[in-house]
Design a protein. Structure first.
Length: 254
C-alpha cells in the first residue's frame, strides 16, 4: 500500500503538469474561444480564373427600364469599348470578405469570411476609371462557423454597430491602356476604406478583365486592425494576427 505522503507527492506532480493545460483550455472556452476552436474551411484567394465569372450577364433595373433604342446603343457600346457605368451583379461567384491568420499551439491557419451581399458601381471612360464605390454587408459574413460569425457581430468587426464596409476611389485612376476584350490587366490605387466606423486610405491591388458584356474584378487591400479600432481576440496559447486582408471578387454589367 502506497503511503499517504507518497500519494500526495504523486498527485502534486501530476497537477503541476496538467494545470497549465487546464488553464489554457478554460481560457479558450471563455473570451475569444469562438475564433479558435474550429477546423477551418479556408477559401482560395479571389481570382479571375480563365473564363468570365458570370456566364450569363444579369440585367439591372436600369437595363430593364430602357427602351429598345437604348438597348441597341448599349450593345454597340459594349462591342466597341468598356465606356459606361458598371454595376455589381449578384451571383454566387461574387463576394467580399476578409482573410486573417490565427495561431493555435504554434500552428498558423488562415481564416476566411465572405458574403455575397456586395453592391456598388464604377465609371469608365477610355483609359480612366473616374469613380468607383462599393459596399459590403458585414452582418452577413460567413466563415463557415455560425458561432464565430455571431460573436463577430458584437466583437471584432462589431457589425451590429457597424453593419457596412465601404471602399471608394478618391481620385480618377488612369490605366496603362484602354482595356481590350478578354485581356487581363493589373493596377493598384489608393482608396478610402470605411471599416468599423473608421475611414482610412488603403492601397488596393486590382486585377480586371473586360469580357464584352461583363467586367470582372478582383481586389485586395492589407489592413492593420488597430488603424480601424478593431481588437483581435487573443487568449493564452492562441492569438489572431493584428493585420489581415480584405478581398473582393466582382462581376459587373452595364
Amino acid at each position: 500500500m502506497t503511503p499517504p505522503r507518497v500519494r500526495l507527492a504523486v498527485i502534486s506532480a501530476l497537477m503541476k503538469r496538467i494545470l497549465p493545460a487546464v488553464v489554457v483550455v478554460l481560457a479558450l472556452l471563455g473570451v475569444g474561444a469562438y475564433f479558435f476552436l474550429f477546423k477551418e474551411d479556408t477559401k482560395e484567394a479571389a481570382s479571375l480564373g480563365d473564363a468570365p465569372l458570370v456566364s450569363t450577364p444579369k440585367t439591372t433595373a436600369g437595363d430593364e427600364a430602357s427602351d429598345g433604342s437604348d438597348g441597341a446603343a448599349s450593345e454597340t457600346t459594349s462591342a466597341d469599348s468598356p465606356d459606361g457605368t458598371w454595376t455589381v451583379i449578384t451571383d454566387p461567384n461574387v463576394f467580399g470578405g476578409y482573410r486573417i491568420t490565427k495561431t493555435l499551439a504554434g500552428g498558423d491557419t488562415e481564416v476566411t469570411g465572405r458574403t455575397g451581399n456586395v453592391s456598388g458601381s464604377l465609371d469608365i471612360k477610355g483609359d480612366t476609371i473616374s469613380k468607383a464605390s462599393f459596399e459590403v454587408d458585414m452582418t452577413t459574413l460567413d466563415s463557415g462557423q455560425a458561432i464565430r460569425d455571431g460573436r463577430m457581430k458584437t466583437e471584432g468587426f462589431q457589425s451590429n454597430d457597424f453593419p457596412t464596409a465601404t471602399l471608394e476611389l478618391t481620385s480618377p485612376l488612369t490605366l496603362k491602356a484602354i482595356p481590350a476584350v478578354g485581356t487581363e490587366f493589373t493596377t493598384s490605387t489608393e482608396a478610402d476604406l470605411t471599416l468599423h466606423g473608421v475611414t482610412k486610405a488603403v492601397t488596393v491591388a486590382i486585377s480586371a478583365r473586360w469580357n464584352g458584356e461583363t467586367l470582372d474584378i478582383t481586389a485586395s487591400a492589407p489592413v492593420l486592425l488597430a488603424d480601424f479600432g478593431i481588437t483581435p481576440p487573443n487568449v493564452p496559447g492562441a492569438s489572431v494576427a493584428d493585420n489581415g486582408v480584405l478581398e473582393a471578387q466582382l462581376a459587373l454589367t452595364r
